[in-house]
Design a protein around this ligand. Structure first.
Ligand SMILES: [Zn+2]
Length: 393
């Protein structure tokens, strides 16, 4: 029989479990932690003391409960001190945030991003946003890492952005460029935006408690963050989830990936604007204008929205049949399309998905909204801390 985990390993796991609990659920009483973690009171007390000594949590008096007896002290994450920096690199904007332990956005910056901006041009802008926030951090802050969400295919091993068709980036070491600009002495983790947003919604958003989730994120392109059996599914190299490049029309419209007939040529920005007769426009505002026009009775815009909604339902039916999710979340521009064409999506889904797979699926918009990318990117950085709290604390 292989030897069991050592005392030290058990302690590390318990420290991680306790810190993770308050990170996800916020202030929690010692009594609730005892129940939630299945550990006795003295162990919870000792673990809390260790985490408090490392400055990761604090203990305080609980709110008045009105109940008799000595109230149990409440354990809180040190959200203003322990933090991560998060980036979301999107087609039309660059966002940066300082996110505290517990998933609280403490500060943020947003910049417009001209399409075609090179990595060498973007990195100093992104670094500048974080440096500006760093100057305003009060007290004795501890940055545990930097997480980056990118709209593109990201190699899991080293965060190399292999292809971001909508931004023109190919084989770009985005994480290394950012780390160098920042002079960072903490790890920089880069992942795909849909994967990262799914991570956040699963950890603390609309999909909390759901183990099988498809999160569709749309901008110019469309990608999915997939959670199956409670785990993020990103494939061998990290490139999985590129559902926007499912081929749905043989020899169809040309896609930015170089192929033809991809799903995103029907439901992404270009397809919707093309069908609405507005090919010369671009960006989210242009898309919102189409939804707005459809709403006001513009026939061509209405037809374009219904057509895109039908195609969205068509692809979601395939995803539902493949992954049997309990929830499909529509994020980014897919949220706008879902809200504008829910009837077409539902109708196509009912016609094309297998009844058994459709039984328990819920269609939802993100609880964390656009912040999912930032909060999820910060989660990437917090993961290391939660795996071994006192090593980093
Ligand atoms: Zn494609």
């Amino acid at each position: 029989m292989p030897p069991g985990p050592s005392q030290e390993e058990i302690r590390r796991q318990n420290l991680g479990a306790l810190l993770r609990h308050v990170h996800v659920h916020g202030a929690t009483s010692r009594a609730e932690l005892t129940t939630a973690l299945g550990l006795n009171r003295s162990t919870i007390g000792a673990l809390t003391a260790d985490l408090a000594a490392a400055g990761l949590v604090s203990e305080g008096a609980p709110k008045e409960t009105g109940r008799a007896g000595r109230p149990s002290p409440v354990v809180r994450p040190e959200s203003t001190r322990i933090h991560a920096y998060a980036y979301s690199i999107e087609v039309d904007r660059l966002r940066a945030a300082r996110v505290g332990l517990g998933g609280v956005v403490l500060d943020r910056r947003e910049l417009d991003r001209p399409r075609g901006l090179l990595v060498a041009e973007a990195a100093p802008l992104l670094a500048g946003a974080v440096k500006e926030m760093q100057q305003q951090v009060p007290g004795d802050p501890v940055c545990v890492g930097i997480g980056v969400a990118v709209c593109g295919m990201v190699r899991r091993d080293d965060g190399l952005v292999r292809l971001a068709p909508t931004t023109g980036w190919v084989d770009e070491p985005v994480g290394a460029a950012l780390g160098a600009e920042l002079g960072a002495d903490v790890p920089v983790t880069v992942r795909n935006v849909a994967d990262v947003a799914a991570f956040a919604e699963h950890a603390r958003g609309v999909a909390a408690g759901c183990d099988n989730v498809v999160y569709l994120y749309g901008d110019v392109g469309v990608g999915a963050g997939i959670i199956a059996g409670g785990r993020r599914v990103t494939g061998h190299g990290g490139y999985g989830g590129e559902v926007g490049h499912m081929k749905v029309v043989r020899d169809g419209e040309r896609c930015e990936c170089g192929s033809r007939g991809c799903w995103e040529t029907q439901i992404g920005e270009h397809g919707l604007l093309r069908n609405a007769g507005r090919s010369d426009a671009q960006g989210r505002e242009a898309l919102l204008a189409v939804f707005d026009a459809a709403d006001r009775g513009d026939a061509r815009a209405g037809a374009a929205v219904r057509q895109a909604g039908d195609w969205l339902g068509f692809g979601v039916a395939n995803l539902v049949n493949i992954f049997n999710p309990e929830m499909v979340i529509f994020g980014g521009t897919m949220r706008d399309l879902y809200l504008a064409a829910a009837a077409q999506i539902r109708s196509r889904l009912n016609a094309n998905a297998l009844p058994a797979c459709l039984e328990h699926v819920r269609l939802r918009t993100p609880k964390l909204g656009d912040d999912a990318a930032l909060i999820g990117a910060a989660e990437l950085a917090f993961e290391r801390l939660l795996a071994d709290p006192l090593d980093n604390g």
